[in-house]
Design a protein around this ligand. Sequence first.
Ligand code: URA
Length: 246
Amino acid sequence: MSEHIRLQKYLAQCGIASRRKAETFIAAGRIRVDGKVVVDMGSKIDPLRQRVSFDGKPVKKEEEKVYILLNKPKGYVTTLSDPQGRPIVTTLIKDISARLFPVGRLDIDTEGALILTNDGDFAQRIQHPSFEVTKTYEALVSGFPSKTDLQALERGILLEGKMTAPASMKLLKSTSRSSLVNIIIHEGRKRQVKKMFQAIGHPVIDLKRLAYGRLQLGKLPRGGYRSLTPKDLNKIFKNIPLQKEK
Ligand code: URA
C-alpha cells in the first residue's frame, strides 16, 4: 500500500536538506512533482507513484544498504538468473525485500562463505585487486601434493598465460588417496583454486570457502545466513598475512 507524506519531509528523507531548508526550496519554486512546480507547503506526495525533482534533477530515497553472509550449499548458482533453471542463491534469502546480488562467485559445486548485498560500491571494493582481500578456502584434493608443489602455488604459477599472485598453502592432513589443504589467496579468477591444483596434478574433489579477510563463516549451517554488522564489514578488509616464502 502506498502512503502519502509531506513534500518537505520526503525531501529531508532523501537527504536534500533539513525539512525547514526544504521548505525554502519549495517556496522558491525549485521543486517539481510530476513535472509541475509545487509551492504549496501543505502538499503531500506518494513517493512510490510520483516523480519529484529538485532544480531539474530527480530526487530519490536511498535504499537501505544490506549485507548478508550466507553459507552457500552446493547445487546453487551465484548468478541472478540461470538459463538452465538451476537453483539460484538469492532464493535462499527469505525475509529481506532488498534486491541482493552475490559478491563475486562460487562454483555450483563449491560451498561456504558468500556475501550478498545491494551495495554496488562495497561489492566493487571487495573484488578490486588493489584491496587484496584475502579469501580462505579448504580444499580436499586428490593424492598427496608435495611440499615443492605447494611452494610453487605459494610463489605463483603460470595459469592461462598469467602468473598467479602469492598465496598461502597449508597441508592439514592426508590419507592414502586425498589431502586436505588450507588455501589463502587474494585473487578471484574464475575457478582459480581448482585450476591451480589441476595444474600441479592434484585435482580438487571438494571445495569450501571459509573466510573473506578475517570474516569467518563460523558456525552458520548450510543454507543459513546472517546480517553483517559494521564490525564484521571491517573484518573483511583486514587481511590475513600470507606465509613467508620458504
Ligand atoms: N576457486 C574455485 O576454483 N572455485 C570457486 O568456487 C572458488 C574459488
